[in-house]
Design a protein. Structure first.
Length: 293
């Protein structure tokens, strides 16, 4: 019989972390939501409040359910409230040393039973796990953007993962209404390893001016039945995140498929990060609405 997961910590409330905290609370879990400072905490809280209001407006949640959901989340800038959490999800920026340092600190605070999960999209879960005294209780739990909507989570096991822990995390994913797939620890796991060569190629086509952004996106939406074209999807993912994922996969495999197209670094340096900064391949006057400039 698996371990009952009732209380979780979510560390990092950017686009992914806020979405993950919302999904957890929506499914009855108590959530300690942690950010580095008050300003970041308020941004995370606003993100969750906005998303919840939207769900009420669309008739997906009643006002009462939304209030209960929000009540299950406690916001804090301290890690200490995570001491008694059954599971922690880490969703901080994609820098290995940052993640290893966070887990080192959590290791000293949380109960020996607490399961540690990382939402990393391309870093090594094994390297993260060995920063703790409990590598057998550390797994990848990779959500997709937008986390409240996308059905997939990738559960990443390492060579030392305890099978019971893996089963508990897979059961949690199912409880969240997600379909878990399980994979060993390789850069990009399943979905990003297959997706990002395509996205990189689309950025190169655009950069070489073979076609307009609208035509590149229309080709894949209308010709291949995808919900979004690749450039719009890159704006959703974030150009900084996309660059980091490609760069990590390229460094691991040296496969030119994943050598980041130069345009990623240029846009990242110029602060054109996609939807979250208001401009990427497209310009956004308000969230979710691309406008042509
Ligand atoms: N947060 C919460 N809910 C959202 C949302 C968001 N950011 N964006 C859309 N939704 C919800 C809407 O409320 C709506 O819910 P409902 O059907 O229950 O009413 C539903 O999603 C559909 O939204 P819309 O009608 O506004 O728009 P679309 O039908 O165009 O769907 C989309 C939007 C779900 C984003 C769709 O275009 C899509 O599936 N795009 C592809 C997304 C994708 O490929 N994600 C994976 C990226 S890779 C990744 O995340 C890995 C990482 O490591 C980088």
């Amino acid at each position: 019989m698996g371990r009952e997961i009732a209380t979780v910590g979510v560390v990092g409330l950017g686009t992914m972390g806020a979405g993950i905290a919302e999904v957890m609370a929506r499914n009855g879990l108590r959530v300690h939501a942690v950010e580095i400072d008050a300003a970041a905490l308020n941004r995370g809280r606003a993100h969750i409040a906005h998303s919840t209001r939207r769900a009420v407006a669309r008739g997906k949640l009643t006002a009462e359910q939304a209030a209960e959901l929000l009540d299950r989340i406690e916001y804090t800038v301290d890690l200490e409230p995570l001491a008694g959490a059954d599971l922690v999800v880490e969703a901080i920026p994609e820098r290995l040393e940052l993640k290893r340092e966070l887990f080192r600190r959590l290791d000293g605070i949380c109960s020996a039973e607490t399961i540690f999960t990382t939402n990393t999209s391309s870093l090594s879960v094994t390297e993260i796990s060995v920063a703790t005294s409990r590598p057998a209780r550390v797994v990848g739990l990779h959500f997709f953007n937008p986390a409240p909507v996308m059905k997939l989570v990738e559960v990443v096991r390492t060579v030392v993962t305890d099978p019971g822990v893996l089963a508990d995390v897979e059961a949690l994913a199912a409880r969240l209404g997600k379909s878990p797939v399980t994979i060993g620890d390789k850069a990009g796991f399943i979905a990003n390893a297959l997706l990002f060569g395509y996205l990189n190629h689309a950025a190169s086509l655009y950069e070489a001016k073979y076609a307009t952004r609208e035509d590149i996106d229309a080709a894949m939406r209308l010709g291949c039945g995808l919900p979004m074209g690749p450039l719009a999807l890159l704006d959703l993912i974030g150009l900084d995140t996309a660059y980091e994922i490609l760069d990590t996969m390229y460094k691991q495999s040296r496969d030119r498929l994943h050598a980041p197209a130069p345009v990623f670094k240029q846009m990242k340096t110029a602060g054109l990060l996609g939807r979250k900064s208001g401009r990427g391949f497209y310009t956004y006057e308000q969230a979710d609405v691309p406008t042509v400039v």
